[in-house]
Design a protein around this ligand. Structure first.
Ligand code: BES
Ligand code: MN
Ligand code: ZN
Length: 486
């Protein structure tokens, strides 16, 4: 899908040539800035009660009289902001889904200047509407989106819009990559598959990549990561990606993604219901790959490191058992009270490993706890961060990208729950505050740098009829990385 800015006035939309024209409307009938045949069509549709100016409503007009475009979709939005634009466009794309329109023109609502965020919202809505997972279902009809999209607006807004379209398209490519990886079942998306994805990404975009195997991980002393992987026949991988966009002397931003390619729970095995969804337990890893995809295209002046500990969590005769004590790379010992709290075990060693980069900031991304889903549902990602400035930068990136997060607490009193009589810490607290105690566990490995943790258990995928990966939080992370560049 190719997106371009096109200068056009709303009053002259009836004369525009394209295969389909999407007109976003908001407010009341008198404030649409339309003229001629289109104004007439809208007035008539409202009078006949075939259309209402209520967010969510759409009306399809086929070869409307006096309008050059053979297809017109009127789509009502809640207001003239980017969020409402994204929602209304999603609805309009649904209406056009099985049409033959190849070139679609989008006329955003009157009444507000177009910003980069509007442009990003347009790309996100249309890319999202046209994504189809086909890798293991080739019978699914291929993506049916338009080949060309023109975003119409005033000349004065051209620069901001063009910037937003470029950013939006890079993010969309990153989101698609993340979805493609995460949607693959566990027998396809293995730790080795993630490593291959990193390798081909590096090759295509001139990134550096290094992949460590079990022997190298043993040498590093990653006892916690090794303990999780030891029940699986599938070999572990520890993946390190680098994008060098700034002088070597500039401290890098580091992203660490949880790469559990399937989480059975191990010996503390999960119930059967919905266990299939634990193929998405590498959503953090997928978001790191997706963010590198976007960043490699946008080329900001920054150094970025991506680290992905990847393995399966399986029950086995050799699997780690409740009560086993392991020594992490940091030297701290951990009593593994529940083998299903495996994410924090692979992450803690990765968080120690990244000390060597002397990072400006480290952000880990993980489908870490069911408790986070209970706390925040599926709308907002949980953000844990003791540094106010870093926390605000991440929250703001989420707002800009329409990929929201919510800050959660990290008071030291929560650490109490992790006490163990047999090791420096246990790997679980009680049921209460489960997302927070998980973050407190990670915090014990992050004293050497500025750190934030994103719990994406509720946001990385959707369940139910629309089951599938969302590609979140690639938009948030990409905005964050761009914002950290100098
Ligand atoms: N991958 C899961 C977290 C998860 C569960 C995400 C359900 C989304 C939906 C994680 O490894 C896990 O099993 N966490 C346990 C921790 C508990 C044993 C302290 C959980 O949340 O139940
Ligand atoms: Mn688990
Ligand atoms: Zn897990």
């Amino acid at each position: 899908m190719d997106f371009k800015f096109a200068p056009a006035s709303r009053a002259a939309l009836a004369e525009l040539s394209c295969d389909a024209l999407i007109v976003i409307v908001t407010g009341d009938a008198s404030s649409q800035g339309l003229d001629g045949a289109l104004a007439q069509q809208l007035k008539d549709a409202l009078a006949q009660k075939d259309f209402q100016l209520k967010a969510g409503r759409t009306l399809y007009l086929h070869r409307p009289q006096g309008v050059k475009a053979p297809r017109v979709v009127l789509a009502a939005a809640a207001d003239a902001g980017p969020k409402a634009l994204r929602a209304a466009l999603g609805n309009a794309a649904g209406v056009l889904k099985n049409s033959g329109a190849k070139h679609v023109a989008v006329a955003p609502a009157a009444g507000a200047a177009l910003t980069a965020e509007h442009a990003e919202a347009v790309v996100a809505a249309l890319a999202d509407a046209s994504y189809v997972y086909r890798h293991t279902k080739p019978s699914a009809p291929p993506a049916a989106g338009p080949a060309r999209v023109s975003l119409l607006g005033e000349k004065a807004d051209a620069k901001a819009v063009q910037q937003g379209l470029a950013r939006g398209q890079a993010i969309a490519a990153g989101v698609t990559l993340a979805r493609e990886c995460a949607n693959r079942p566990g027998n396809h998306c293995t730790p080795s598959f993630l490593a291959e994805q990193a390798r081909s990404l590096a090759k295509e975009h001139g990134l550096k990549v290094e992949v460590l195997d079990r022997k190298a991980v043993e040498k590093l002393g990653m006892g916690a990561f090794l303990a999780v992987s030891q029940g699986s026949e599938e070999p572990l991988r520890f993946i390190v990606l680098r994008y060098d966009g700034a002088p070597r002397t500039q401290a890098p931003v580091v992203l660490v993604g949880k790469g559990i390619t399937f989480d059975t729970g191990g010996i503390s095995i999960k119930p059967a219901a919905e266990m299939d969804e634990m193929k998405f337990d590498m959503g953090g890893a997928a978001s790191v790959l997706g963010t590198f995809r976007a960043v490699a295209e946008l080329k900001p002046r920054i150094n970025l490191v991506g680290v992905i500990p990847a393995c399966e969590n399986m029950p086995d005769g050799r699997a780690v058992k409740p009560g086993d004590v392991v020594t992490s790379m940091s030297g701290q010992t951990i009593e593994i009270l529940n083998t299903d709290a495996e994410g924090r075990l692979i992450l803690c060693d990765a968080l120690t490993y990244v000390e060597r980069f002397k990072p400006a900031a480290v952000v880990d991304i993980a489908t870490l706890t069911g408790a986070c889903v209970v706390a925040l549902g599926n709308l907002r990602t949980g953000l844990f961060c003791a540094d106010d400035e870093l926390a605000e930068a991440l929250l703001d990136s989420g707002r800009q990208a329409q990929d929201l997060a919510w800050r959660m607490p990290l008071d030291e009193e929560y650490e109490e729950a992790l006490k163990s009589n047999f090791a420096d810490m246990g790997n679980v607290g009680g049921r209460a505050g489960g997302a927070i105690t998980a973050a407190m566990f990670l915090r014990k490995f992050t004293s050497k740098y500025r750190w934030a943790h994103l719990d994406i258990a509720g946001t990385a995928w959707k369940g139910g009829g629309a089951k599938g990966a969302t590609g979140r939080p690639v938009p948030l992370l990409t905005h964050f990385v761009l914002g950290q560049a100098r």
